[in-house]
Write a protein that binds this ligand. Structure first.
Ligand code: AMP
Ligand code: MG
Length: 302
């Protein structure tokens, strides 16, 4: 899936069908009920993701305790971008919902606060990074600063133009610090957005999700698509790749994002950290009610 969904250059989002399902096995595997099949797969994948996440967390905890001298503790950061109603919240609910909340670091980005506006645009992003061992999820991100900031002319053109290079430098630094980035555009169609916004208006329980400003952004659809194409084209690097997930079908979207995360974890070759104590001796201490001395010092040779 990482190969299949990786953005290709020149970026042409119009060529990616939001209803398509790249990588989905054919009906011989899924049966007629592809939606049910994909949902069940996300459940199974979720259990595997939870295990991988636990290894990431455990490795960082062991390193923190100074018991495990290895490479710097890693973190994974999933960046989700989409047009309004593109499915960022739903993806988090389904995919992150399958993992252990203890190891998750989920942050959403709205319009900058007055305090945030007093700093450079990456300031609030740095503060929101996941600690070592955590899986971070960004619901919107620094990319808003080359998307809405550009389309709605929130800053002069020279300012947003300079940001692509700033973002690339920032993400390169992150990669060196052990952050594995997975950047995902949930790609929905204009028609699907219209249907989802209407559904929000039709259901009083969904009014909280609706923002009249969403219509202003929708009116600038082509400009947003162009801004997305530039952002993905300019900021797709091997250290911080961009993936385009067709997202009109929610069940495919969740299945694809779960796979992207799973494959990303695989590239990290995670394992459980070795015990920082003498397991046999601890067993003996437990049995004897603590009469045997703690062996940690001898084990670590410190
Ligand atoms: P939502 O994701 O529905 O909660 O909406 C968040 C809103 O915040 C969207 O309209 C974004 O365009 C807006 N937003 C996020 N980041 C920025 C930013 N850096 N500058 C301006 N608006 C932003
Ligand atoms: Mg919204």
């Amino acid at each position: 899936m990482r190969r299949l969904l990786r953005v290709t250059e020149p970026v042409d989002l119009g060529a990616v069908d939001p209803r398509s399902t790249p990588g989905l096995p054919d009906r011989a595997v899924t049966g007629e009920h592809r939606k049910a099949w994909a949902r069940a797969q996300v459940g199974l994948l979720g259990a595997e993701l939870a295990r991988q996440q636990e290894m990431l967390y455990a490795t960082a905890k062991a390193a923190e305790a100074g018991r495990h001298a290895g490479p710097p503790a890693r973190r994974v950061l999933l960046v989700l971008q989409a047009m309004d109603s593109g499915g960022k919240d739903g993806t988090i609910k389904r995919v992150a919902g399958a993992m252990n909340p203890l190891g998750l670091h989920i942050r959403s980005f709205g319009p900058p606060t007055p305090e945030e506006l007093r700093h450079a645009f990456l300031w609030r992003i740095r503060r929101a990074l996941p600690p070592p061992g955590y899986v971070g999820i960004f619901n919107r991100s620094h990319y808003e600063d080359v998307l809405v900031a550009r389309v709605a002319s929130l800053v002069p053109e020279a300012t947003w133009r300079a940001r692509y290079d700033e973002i690339n430098a920032f993400e390169r630094d992150l990669a060196e610090e052990g952050v594995t980035l997975v950047k995902v555009l949930l790609h929905i169609s204009y028609a699907e957005q219209g249907a989802r916004l209407l559904a929000r208006l039709d259901d009083p329980r969904k009014h909280w999700k609706y923002n009249p400003a969403d219509i202003d952004a929708r009116a600038r659809w082509d400009d947003y698509q162009a801004a997305y194409a530039d952002a993905l084209g300019r900021c797709d690097t091997d250290a911080a790749p961009w993936f385009v997930v067709p997202a009109d079908r929610k069940w495919y979207r969740d299945w694809a994002v779960a796979h992207l995360l799973h494959e990303t974890f695989d590239t990290l070759r995670l394992g459980y950290p070795p015990a920082g104590f003498d397991v046999a001796r601890e067993r003996e201490r437990l049995r004897s009610g603590g009469a045997v001395a703690d062996g940690t010092v001898e084990v670590n040779g410190r």
